[in-house]
Design a protein around this ligand. Structure first.
Ligand code: NDP
Length: 361
């Protein structure tokens, strides 16, 4: 192996998060499903000329990891975690610490990438071609690559553009569930930019409702844990709901669908309310909801951001522009240290995050 870097050793205090226990399909995940153990840091002799060693700055915590805790994920694009194997996640951002001689990357480059999964560790070995170099204005934290210009933001932007079908010729009301989370908070803001006139968010606490209105610019917010959604929507959206961004499914979604207009659209982004169950994805709906969808001709197609791989670069450019123009705001909930990674995942699944849940290893 030849390297463009100095031959000094990387710090020895590396750790990795291991998957040690399946929660069971019908149970919530718990921190003891994971273990965090010390490991050696990789050294230059561990990389080929095309590889790099990356020091991870931030790791993304995603609901999609829940299905990987089951023996079968139910989706063809993600395999299950194996007991005793390291946990990996959808995305990360880091700094190149060592670069093989044939790598196009340089030591010190800020890199990200979602072509490959990111091991939940501090230093990891990766093919340079799986990484993308990022030029970030110095006023931004590298974390915005995950909280805005990464999969969450791309999901929000392409979901709105491909599935929401906003009619700019007339007033449009959108309801977003999971609204104070990563995709939801961006979807609501992007819906406004793209022409929706009334943005209503649904989330799980009064604190989140306040953030939606005061920081993300939503017109109104509903706490699904304490309020009757249909009653609030009756007053907040007297002309009915034109678009529903569905991150959660279950009772929340059934109540929103009751209030939807004929020929309206659902962006079926996720169904987190049933991820701790053995129901298939998307889960079956109650008969009454099925009847409403049919009678009112409501579109409800499955939406998967990975379908649009070819459009991701353009989406990232758009999100970066809006972020720099201050047209979209992001919030992050950051857990420090890999020892906190199991808590970050469990807490994201139970709604402790506002905006994007991240780990700083
Ligand atoms: P979030 O940042 O939104 O975090 C998850 C949130 O879900 C929690 O903060 C919690 O907020 C809410 N939640 C948890 N359990 C429930 C429940 N039982 N009922 C209602 N809300 C619940 O995560 P992401 O933004 O990363 O993901 C949001 C959704 O988007 C998920 O369903 C995910 O699977 C999906 N997704 C889909 C993609 C696609 O391509 N279609 C790509 C990426 C994500 P609260 O306090 O409000 O309960």
């Amino acid at each position: 192996m030849t390297s463009s870097s100095s031959s000094s050793q990387l710090p020895a205090d590396n750790k990795v998060v291991m998957f040690v226990k399946r929660p069971g399909e019908n149970n919530p995940p718990t921190v003891d499903c994971f273990d965090v153990i010390p490991i050696d840091s990789p050294s230059e002799s561990d990389i080929t000329s095309e590889q790099c060693i990356v020091r991870i700055l931030f790791l993304s915590v995603d609901p999609a990891q829940r299905c990987r805790m089951n023996t079968s994920t139910g989706v063809d694009y993600l395999g299950p975690y194996e007991i005793g194997e390291p946990v990996d996640g959808m995305e990360g951002v880091g700094i190149v610490e060592r670069a093989g001689s044939a790598s196009t990357l340089q030591v010190g480059d800020l890199v990200t990438g979602c072509i490959r999964l990111w091991t939940w560790t501090k230093y990891f070995v990766v093919d340079s071609t799986d990484l993308v170099k990022v030029n970030l204005p110095s006023t931004f934290s590298p974390s915005v690559i995950l909280s805005c210009a990464g999969l969450s933001g791309i999901t929000a932007l392409l979901g709105i553009r491909k599935k929401a079908k906003i009619d700019r010729t007339r007033p449009q009301t959108i309801v977003v569930s999971g609204a104070a989370g990563s995709c939801g908070s961006l979807a609501g803001q992007i819906a406004r930019i793209e022409g929706c006139t009334t943005i209503i968010g649904i989330c799980g606490s009064d604190e989140k409702c306040k953030v939606l209105k005061e920081e993300f610019g939503f017109d109104a917010a509903i706490n699904y844990k304490t309020e009757i959604i249909s009653g609030r929507l009756d007053r907040l959206a007297p002309d009915g709901v034109d678009i529903y961004w569905d991150n959660v499914g279950g009772r929340v979604s059934d109540e929103v669908i009751e209030m939807m207009n004929p020929n309206s659209r659902i962006v079926l982004c996720g169904q987190i309310a049933v991820y701790n169950t053995d129901l298939p994805y998307p889960p079956p709906l109650p008969d009454h909801t099925v009847q409403i969808l049919k009678e009112r001709n409501i579109e409800r197609e499955r939406y998967l951001v990975l379908t649009y791989k070819d459009e991701m670069d353009e989406a990232i450019a758009q999100l970066s522009e809006w972020l720099q123009q201050d047209r979209i705001k992001v919030k992050e909930t950051i857990y420090d240290g890999l020892a906190s990674a199991p808590h970050a995942f469990v807490d994201m699944m139970t709604g402790k995050n506002i905006g994007k849940m991240l780990i700083r290893p």
